[in-house]
Structure formats: C-alpha cells, structure tokens
Design a protein around this ligand. Structure first.
Ligand SMILES: NC(=O)c1ccc[n+]([C@@H]2O[C@H](COP(=O)([O-])OP(=O)(O)OC[C@H]3O[C@@H](n4cnc5c(N)ncnc54)[C@H](OP(=O)(O)O)[C@@H]3O)[C@@H](O)[C@H]2O)c1
Length: 292
C-alpha cells in the first residue's frame, strides 16, 4: 500500500495507470484493482481499437478510454501492455509514429515503465519492438486476478533507482490481486503453461464434475457450486496447511472406501499423465511463440 501511495504521489496527472489493450486480461486486472480499492476508476486510462471493446470496462466505472495508444503513454508512468502477441508490432508502430512527431511525446526520454503480460514474448523482443522506456517488467498473471485470487510471476529488465518506485508499485499491484513470485525469465514458458493457462483446465474440471454430479441426480446449480467450492477449499488447504499434498489426499482416502474407488478410475483414465502432457504441450507452444 505504501508503495502505491508513493507512486501515486509522484506525479499529478489524473490518470496514473495505463493499459494498452482492453480485452480479458486488462478487464481482469482493472476489475481486481478497483475491488482492492488501490485505484479509482478515473485514475485508469485504457486504449483499444474499437468502441465496443470499451463497453465492458465502462461497466466498472468512469475509466478513461482512448483509441490512441500515445495518450496512454503520455498520461501514465506505468503502462500495462495487454494486447495479443500478434498485436505487438501494430502497437509499436502506433507509438513510433508519434515518436517521430516533435509535437508528440519523445519516447527517448521516457522515464516510464512498460509492464508486458504477453505470453511467449521475451523482454528482449519487447525492448526491440518498443524501445526507449526507462524500465521493462514482464508479468505472467492469470484471470482470477479479477477476484483477488490470481497468481503472477514477475521478472524485470532494468530498474534504475528513480524507477524503483514503479517496480515496487507494480509488485504491490499484483500482490493486491493474489500470489506473486519473482522468477527468472527462463521459467516463464513453464509458468505460462501451469498458471497462466491453468484456469481453463480448472474450469473444464469443474464443468466435468458438475456434469458428473448431475448424472448422479444432483440439481445443476448445486453440482456446480459444490464442485467449485471443493476445488477452492482443497486449494486453500494446500496453501495454508503444513502437510504435503499427498498426505492431504491420504486424509480423505479411507481403506476400501468411496474415495479410493474413485481414484482408481481417475488413474485408469490417466489423469496424471494427461496433466503432464497438457503442461508439456503448453510449455512447448509458449517456446514456439517466442521463436516466431
Ligand atoms: N487470457 C489469459 O488468461 C491470459 C493469461 C496470461 C497472459 N495473457 C496474455 O495477455 C494478453 C492479452 O490477452 P487477452 O486474453 O486479454 O486478449 P484479448 O481479450 O484478445 O484482448 C486484446 C486486446 O488488445 C486490443 N488491441 C488489439 N490491437 C491493438 C492495438 N494496436 N492497440 C491497442 N489495443 C489493441 C484489442 O482491442 P480491440 O478489441 O478494440 O481491437 C483487445 O481488446 C495476451 O498477450 C496473452 O498472451 C492472457
């Protein structure tokens, strides 16, 4: 909180946090930030290419929106890059166009921090595409940020002393939205596969458990809520207890009981092997994306 206040006090413009891109991730981060009450809606400025994309964000409050990426860079000191990797060049071109225009901001003197959440896009690629920012931070977050239960890996390229405020503020922002760990960039392919894409795997598991409950005669809403709460409760237990995850499994698994019969079916279906393969495929895809 102290780091955020220091950051907010360090300049006087109204919009203090910028977002280039206004899709699912920008929405999740902004929603989480407003819920955490660290920022007001009017302190945030977001750019996109279509009016329709702003509608969902506007439902969160009086967020400033623009179709000009330069306005975002001009207004804020921390800019979150939240476009698809394929849009990186278009964003770079839009910023460089103005860079060449003397009436516009001079990116070569930018004392600003660019925070990229792009999957499979290294800090080097980012710096080459959009040069002249004071510092670059790469984050791999996930969508549960929007309910304060995200997890984000952070890595940094350069934080000169005067940009340390921004770095601390970025860390504080993600800490307010869930779990944060500072990781070497070489681990980002694996973390993208595990936690970046992870919510999708968990939604599939909840949906499947819900279907299975319905097949056994439970009403749909109860089946879905109980499936989701069971995952939430088990996850909270893993994070808060001192037991190994295997011991926690054993605590539910009595001899000859219902759980071990179900586990036998899960193992026959190759659940562990399937998860190994899924994470391996996503890690490989992240590496491929970084090479293209
Ligand atoms: N989704 C996840 O769970 C997740 C998790 C971790 C990391 N990520 C990373 O987060 C990034 C964003 O993902 P997302 O799911 O939020 O994608 P998304 O929903 O498709 O959003 C991308 C946004 O970028 C905007 N955009 C496109 N070209 C632009 C330009 N030239 N200037 C400004 N804005 C532009 C689009 O706006 P318009 O619609 O107006 O064109 C769109 O709102 C990706 O790089 C992804 O790798 C995603």
């Amino acid at each position: 909180m102290e780091d955020i206040i220091k950051y907010k006090n360090s300049f006087s413009t109204e919009a203090k946090l910028g977002f280039i891109g206004c899709g699912n991730m920008a929405f999740s981060i902004v929603k989480g930030l407003l819920q955490s009450k660290l920022f007001e809606a009017n302190e945030i400025i977001v750019s996109g290419t279509r009016d329709e994309s702003f509608e969902r964000l506007k439902s969160l409050g009086k967020i400033n929106t623009t179709k000009n990426n330069n306005e975002v860079v001009r207004a804020a000191a921390i800019i979150f890059l939240c476009v698809k990797p394929a849009h990186l060049d278009a964003v770079a071109i839009s910023l460089k166009k103005n860079f060449l225009n003397p009436d516009e901001i001079d990116l070569s003197n930018l004392n600003k921090t660019l925070v990229s959440i792009l999957a499979g896009t290294s800090l080097n690629t980012l710096r080459e595409a959009i040069p002249n920012f004071g510092s670059y931070i790469r984050v791999m977050p996930n969508t549960p940020l929007q309910v304060g239960a995200g997890c984000s890996a952070i890595t940094i390229f350069n934080a000169s002393l005067d940009l340390l405020n921004s770095y601390n503020a970025v860390k504080a922002i993600f800490c307010s939205l869930g779990l944060v760990d500072v990781l070497d960039e070489s681990k980002f392919h694996a973390i993208t596969a595990l936690s970046g894409s992870g919510p999708a795997y968990v939604y599939i598991i909840i949906d499947a458990l819900s279907d299975a409950g319905v097949k056994q005669g439970l009403p749909r809403d109860i089946a879905t809520r109980f499936a989701a709460q069971t995952l939430l409760g088990a996850s909270k237990t893993v994070l808060e207890s001192s037991f190994h995850v295997g011991q926690l499994k054993d605590q539910v698994t009595s001899s000859g009981g219902t759980t071990i019969h179900a586990i036998h079916e899960l193992e026959k279906g190759g659940i562990r092997n399937t998860l190994f393969n899924a994470i391996e495929a996503a890690t490989k895809r992240s590496k491929e994306m970084s090479e293209n």
